[in-house]
Write a protein that binds this ligand. Structure first.
Ligand code: UDP
Length: 481
């Protein structure tokens, strides 16, 4: 590649999927590319622009209207993370299908060197093939989970065989409807020029990078994370997200700083999971019995609009419980919380971002998977890397509806036991804490110059420039190996 070409920035379009757990990490990855001097445009719909700080140099925004009227949604509901029920989720899904047209129109008039799009868009492969634009796929799962999803099932649907770690027994079996939905998307992902993963090689393991490439016939996996580490300042951390935080940075940090190191349990189940009042009550009783202080994020939907409704909804709250910790009703600045030295463990649904953010901050986790890829990520964190303990969730929800709450209740005893295992002292807890601390150091080193993810990004940018400059830039090229 000549010097002129090497210096000419790539023109890249990023298309994040309309769900917080997909959008937040892909926007962080977009910042990584922009911070390396590439010309990045994020394409999304108006209500989803809150996740994006377009004041950054080289980072631009293009919005296309969300077809709210066509799918029968009120204005402003443009994300799965804003959907309160299955019907709304279905309509958001319908709306996403219709986004192809305005995005295609924009791209036809303003061609890019490469599109980086979430693998969940059902039309993205057809669109980029038709326009002859190279595509990189973004998959928010850790590579370990992706390998597990693609792996053969063992004698039961719980058992994954043939992974570098041998057989792995999941705690639940994926719903058939989920598999039916994801498999075609994963097949189409293989038609892209490679997959971007928001993880780092030291977490997923070199052996999984090789395994992935070998079992997919040479599809390339680029591990570029943890991208959340691009948010360096308290302000950048606090402003990251799909909604505005319900607590001020000052209030939060001054409360946390009155607590002893590693004494606070952080509880948050991401943007999609919700629980019955019965389960919330049991969770509160389990936490109370373990005698730790806590920061607990309860989704905003728990606040009824009318007083009467609110009273009904918060019946799960045990008398006097709230005074023993901090309950945040709505969106919390998770990176700030995890980064505080008084936080000693994280009770999480094992969403790929939350798990990675905990590791990056050196915080051990208690895993309580609910849906999606969370049961795979649980195994990466517990059995494979040994940085967490399992609460014992054994029911894999189809998800999609934040109000899907008819699940088996996990008892207060199990919750208390898991919290005590990590926060009650003892050799096991010490070892876990040491391991996650080491992994956290590796995570931070990975994104620094010379680190594995940093080098991967350098190599990827060079690779895309070569691709741009070659005469055969078209979808007819074979995938890059
Ligand atoms: N998050 C946050 N505050 C909240 C809830 C979630 O900042 O109150 C962020 C969290 O840091 C993570 C993302 O939202 O980056 C959730 O992604 P994850 O994969 O953990 O879970 P999902 O929402 O996809 O289930």
């Amino acid at each position: 590649m000549d010097v002129e070409s090497e210096q000419r920035p790539l023109k890249l379009y990023f298309i994040p999927y309309l769900a917080a757990g997909h959008m937040i990490p892909l926007c962080d990855i977009a910042i990584l590319f922009a911070s390396r001097g590439q010309h990045v445009t994020i394409i999304t719909t108006p209500s989803n622009t809150t996740t994006i700080d377009s004041s950054l140099p080289n980072l631009h925004l293009h919005t296309v209207p969300f077809p709210s009227r066509q799918v029968g949604l009120p204005d402003g509901i443009e994300s799965f993370s804003s959907s309160a029920d299955l019907q709304t989720t279905f309509k958001v899904h319908q709306g996403i299908k219709l986004l192809r047209e305005p995005i295609q129109l924009f791209m036809e008039h303003h061609p890019a060197d490469c599109v980086v799009a979430d693998y969940c868009f059902p039309w993205i492969d057809d669109l980029t093939t038709e326009l002859h634009i190279p595509r990189l796929s973004f998959n928010p799962s850790p590579l370990f989970a992706l390998c597990a999803m693609r792996a053969k099932r063992g004698s039961s649907s719980f058992l994954i065989s043939g992974l570098p770690h041998g057989d792995i027994a999941l705690n639940a079996s994926p719903p058939e409807a989920l598999t039916a939905c994801v498999e075609p998307l994963l097949r189409k992902e293989l038609k892209s020029h490679g997959v971007l993963i928001n993880s780092f090689v030291e977490l997923d393991g070199h052996e999984y990078v090789k395994h992935y490439e070998r079992t997919t016939g040479g599809h390339k996996a680029w591990l570029l994370g943890p991208a959340s580490l691009v948010r360096g300042t308290a302000k950048e951390k606090a402003e990251r997200g799909h909604e505005k935080s319900v607590v001020s940075t000052d209030e939060l940090l001054s409360w946390l700083s009155t607590k002893k190191p590693s004494s606070v349990l952080y509880v948050c189940f991401g943007s999609m999971c919700s629980f019955s009042n019965e389960q919330l009550h049991e969770m509160a009783c389990g936490i109370e019995a373990s005698s730790v202080e806590f920061v607990w994020v309860v989704p905003a939907e728990k606040r009824g609009k009318e007083e009467e409704e609110e009273e009904e909804k918060e019946k799960w709250l045990p008398e006097g419980f709230e005074e023993k910790g901090m309950i945040l009703r709505g969106w919390a600045p998770q990176l700030l919380i995890l980064g505080h030295p008084s936080v000693g463990a994280f009770l999480t649904h094992c969403g790929s971002n939350s798990a990675l953010e905990a590791v990056s901050a050196g915080v051990p986790i208690i895993t309580w998977p609910v849906l999606g890829d969370q049961f795979y990520t649980e195994k990466l964190m517990t059995e494979v890397r040994g940085v967490g303990v399992e609460v014992g969730a054994e029911e894999w929800s189809m998800g999609g509806g934040r109000r899907e709450r008819e699940r088996v209740v996990i008892s207060r005893d199990k919750i208390e036991k898991a919290v005590r295992r990590l926060m009650g002292g003892g050799e096991e807890a010490e070892q876990i804490r040491r391991r996650v601390h080491e992994l956290g150091n590796l995570a931070n080193a990975a994104v620094q110059p010379g680190g594995s993810s940093y080098q991967n990004l350098t190599a990827l940018i060079a690779h895309l420039k070569t691709l741009r400059d070659s005469n055969s830039v078209s979808s007819s090229m074979p995938p890059l190996h």
